[in-house]
Design a protein. Structure first.
Length: 396
């Protein structure tokens, strides 16, 4: 029999959906993907050149478990310049994506029975990772009337003597919320008062719009910094999800433990990818600026279309490349004999009838919403929204 751990875990809903889309495509159905969680842009040229050079130069040995020193130093410079927080190279652990950086952090700080607070909606993997670390996820709501802002009172109420950490993700997948500096200062006070770690996943930090500014909670003070584990990576800002480079920055003891854990799991991430990530970080940033401008254009277009749908209530998100419309107006409507009873049913209907893939809110611990990604070409977004409109209008 499989372990209790293996029996308890569910596969990622977003990965399963991608497999269903692939199955439709294999059967010749042209599905438009509005479920995508990765940039549809190319890798920066500097990163490509650095990878080719690394291959030619046989840069192919194991590297230090926590990453090559030049990359860790460049990350420190980035954190100082962009996020106004000081770290030394010994306080950085480069990992196999931000995903491993989150998992390392949880394994480093959680013991059996500890509780980890998770504001929802949130990325699907956090809950499973907390359980894999033998801890218990404690969900707290965010304020959806205020663009899914942190609800500090709800967080305070959720704290018990077993609470070990809170995971925040700003800009947020799936809500697109960008947490305000004031709310992060409030959260920092709570964390210091109750001696909680804040695992702050900032992987979407560059994807912000309308003059919004990403604020890093670790920059507040030395005391706060000592309770924070910052998570970031190259999958979103540099369109390098397949290259698998992410990192954590945090207190020395947490990073040392993360490094030890990683040394027995994967060792360092790919040596070639590390060279590419270094070049992306220190190279020209024009491609990133162009990508953000294009996402903004798509965001405006998608919102315009959402608003004409009538049944979808959708706030303008300030960050990421997702919309999170409320689709509850379609619950109770029918498609032939079949009644739509949840956003899961609606997403299935849109896939089967409209040939568009969106992710049901249930995957992010929020019912009655759909996550719609605009990480696709403008041409596909136009066609996708046409299909969505037609399919939704066909519901009775
Ligand atoms: N954190 C969040 C909030 C994400 O949405 C994702 C990917 O979708 C990740 C982390 C994973 O990043 P990586 O590809 O660097 O592992």
């Amino acid at each position: 029999m499989l372990s209790e751990r293996a029996r308890a875990i569910s596969a990622s809903a977003t990965v399963e959906l991608s497999a269903r889309v692939a199955e439709f495509r294999r059967k010749g159905v042209d599905v438009i993907s509005l479920n995508i969680g990765e940039p549809d842009f190319g890798v920066p040229d500097a990163a490509k050149r650095a990878a080719v050079d690394a291959v030619k130069n046989d840069f192919s040995k194991y590297t230090a478990v926590d990453g090559i020193l030049e990359l860790r130093e460049a990350i420190c410079a980035k954190l100082r310049g962009d996020n106004h927080v000081e770290y030394g190279a010994g306080e950085i652990c480069v990992s196999v994506g931000a995903k491993q950086a989150v998992m390392n952090s949880l394994l480093a700080v959680c013991s059996k029975g500890d509780e980890v607070i998770l504001p929802v909606p949130c990325w699907a993997s956090y809950m499973e990772m907390i359980c894999l670390a033998d801890a218990t996820p404690v969900f707290v709501k965010t304020d959806d009337a205020q663009g899914y802002a942190l609800d500090l009172d709800a967080i305070r109420r959720a704290i018990t003597d077993r609470t070990k950490a809170i995971i925040i993700n700003t800009p947020n997948n799936p809500s697109g919320a960008v947490y305000s500096e004031a709310s992060l200062r409030g959260l920092a006070e709570i964390a210091v008062e109750h001696d909680l770690y804040v695992i702050a996943d900032e992987i979407y930090e560059k994807l912000v719009y309308d003059g919004e500014r990403h604020f890093s909670i670790a920059s507040i003070s030395k005391d706060v910094r000592d309770k924070c584990i910052l998570i970031n990576g190259f999958s979103k800002a540099y369109a390098m999800p397949g290259w698998r480079v992410g990192y954590s920055a945090g207190p020395k003891d947490v990073i040392k433990a993360s490094k030890a854990i990683q040394s027995h799991m994967t060792s360092a991430t790919c040596s070639i990818s590390q060279k590419a990530a270094l070049a992306a970080l220190i190279g020209p940033q024009e491609e990133l600026c162009e990508m953000v401008a294009e996402y903004d254009r798509r965001r405006q277009y998608m919102m315009k279309r959402m608003r004409t749908l009538g049944g979808m209530r959708c706030e303008m998100p300030k960050g990421t490349f997702y919309l999170l419309p409320d689709s509850s107006a379609y619950v109770g409507k029918a498609w032939g004999e079949k009644v739509i009873e949840s956003s899961m049913d609606l997403a299935n209907y849109l896939l089967e009838k409209g040939h568009i893939a969106v992710v049901p809110g249930e995957a992010f611990h929020i019912a009655s919403k759909l996550r719609v990604s605009y990480s696709n070409s403008m041409e596909n977004l136009v066609a996708g929204m046409d299909r969505m409109e037609e399919a939704l209008n066909a519901l009775r």
